[in-house]
Design a protein around this ligand. Structure first.
Ligand code: FAD
Length: 413
């Protein structure tokens, strides 16, 4: 399927495809049973990505990336998403990818030099600490309880976070904390750059979780107790933390969607390959109409998702926040990707459950996508709010209400 992508976007995605076919997928296939790769392999993959000229496409050249626009990067994100290793190789892996984007948007020169450039180079790892255990911030971020108070030219952070992806390995934690307790619940929060080795940062545990896959990032529970950071570690504007978080999350949701659509496409490709070779009941499985129709449906849904993601990215590129289109993409892509992977598992029988193929890793990985970066219901809430904004009451004028005295009686037909 050909999309309305620029020539540059297409060229980079083609090189990314070559990297995937020639380097990443062979390494993925060598791993026995979905085993995690070593940091040495990650370094080799990144070196290869540089050789293919597809390393950090979304980052400006001055910080070590390739300087593609957000929109032009998307097809490469999709290529990268075809394997859990592709995103790591091309440095488009969450959560660093979103954090790099946030630093690029909100960071000052010193913050960019200290954190953004080493992150792009792969010398640092980062985590984004927003979610808290019950009854702190979760789906409803205004419930945030972590606080930061000013003390001279320092900030003191106290709080409790969890599900900070890569939090155990991170060198840098970006922490959302309330800085103005009197402000409206959706305001008065700020972001802080917290070195993971700062006094008072305690990684309690890697929360045991479904999935993990080939590069096995942690999801950390972290306590912040009396953590002092200097004034310069405030990221972006004071009390504008939610705005900055939104600037990170909007595009990050679309890049997530593209990575996952790559995963969905690869799953369908594997399903088509398997069913084309596997015989049963006097023909190949790919001859069975029930399977063909389901694959046709999944391909259609994936096409709709890809088109909608590009439309939302175009709107963002034009300066629109595109909140509703982004929510639509997020909830739709998460669900159709999950369905496509589930279908591929089914089509491949026991091989779908086994770990010789990547489907089982994909299956475990995709489930989180309907929860992270806003659960389905939270995005549907955003969509529904807009949908109900301008209800055309006049459409119901012809209807009869109980006991309506103003209604003309008529027997005319
Ligand atoms: C793998 C993984 C990685 C993550 N990485 C990070 C990270 O790096 N940094 C970070 O800060 N957080 C991270 N999170 C946390 C994630 O952002 C939250 O899990 C998510 O925002 C939901 O919050 P919650 O878990 O507290 O769910 P809750 O708020 O307890 O909601 C539970 C469920 O209730 C339903 N629900 C919620 N609101 C409504 C509503 N209004 N109407 C109807 N139903 C509703 C939804 O189905 C939701 O899943 C991660 C989570 C996972 C699973």
């Amino acid at each position: 399927m050909r999309y309305d992508d620029s020539d540059r976007a297409r060229e980079v995605a083609e090189r990314a495809n070559a990297l995937m076919e020639e380097v990443v997928l062979p390494i993925e296939r060598e791993r026995a049973g979905g085993m995690a790769v070593s940091s040495g392999t990650v370094a080799e993959l990144r070196e290869a990505a540089r050789e293919y000229d597809v390393y950090a496409p979304q980052i400006p050249e001055e910080y070590g990336g390739m300087g593609l626009s957000f929109r032009d990067s998307l097809p490469t994100f999709e290529e990268a998403g075809r394997s859990l290793l592709g995103q790591v190789a091309m440095r488009v892996d969450a959560p660093d990818e979103g954090n790099m984007h946030l630093l690029e948007l909100a960071g000052d020169d010193l913050q960019k030099e200290t954190y953004l450039e080493p992150l792009v180079a792969g010398d640092l790892k980062s985590g984004f600490s927003m979610t808290e255990p019950m009854q702190g911030a979760g789906s409803d971020p205004k419930m945030i309880r972590t606080r930061a108070e000013r003390d001279g030219d320092e900030w003191i952070i106290d709080g409790h976070k969890w599900w900070t992806t890569q939090g155990v390995e991170a060198d840098l934690l970006i922490v959302l904390a309330r800085t103005d307790p009197d402000a409206h619940p959706y305001e008065g929060c700020s972001l802080f750059l917290v070195p993971a080795d700062a006094d008072g940062v305690e990684v309690v545990r890697d929360v045991p979780h479904m999935g993990g896959g080939s590069h096995g990032a942690s999801h950390a529970e972290i306590r912040y107790e009396n953590v002092r950071v200097p004034e310069e570690h405030l990221l972006g504007e004071l009390n504008e933390g939610f705005t900055h978080a939104q600037e990170r999350l909007g595009p990050a949701r679309l890049t997530h969607c593209m990575r996952y659509s790559g995963m969905a496409q690869r799953s369908l490709d594997i399903a088509k390959a398997y069913t084309s070779e596997r015989e049963g009941f006097d023909s190949t499985l790919s001859d069975k109409q029930s399977l063909r129709h389901r694959i046709a449906q999944a391909e259609t849904e994936l096409h709709v998702a890809r088109t909608a993601i590009r439309d939302a990215a175009d709107r963002i590129a034009a300066g629109d926040e595109a909140r509703v289109p982004v929510s639509m993409c997020k909830v739709y892509t998460a669900n159709v990707t999950q369905d496509a992977i589930d279908l591929a598992v089914q089509c491949c029988g026991a091989n779908g459950i086994g770990k010789d193929l990547p489907l089982s890793d994909f299956y475990e990985s995709v489930r989180q996508f309907r929860i992270v970066d806003g659960a389905d219901e939270v995005h549907r809430r955003v969509i529904a709010r807009a949908a109900f904004e301008d209800v055309p009451e006049e459409e119901l004028e012809p209807l009869t209400r109980f006991g309506d005295p103003n209604r003309e009686r008529s027997t005319d037909r």
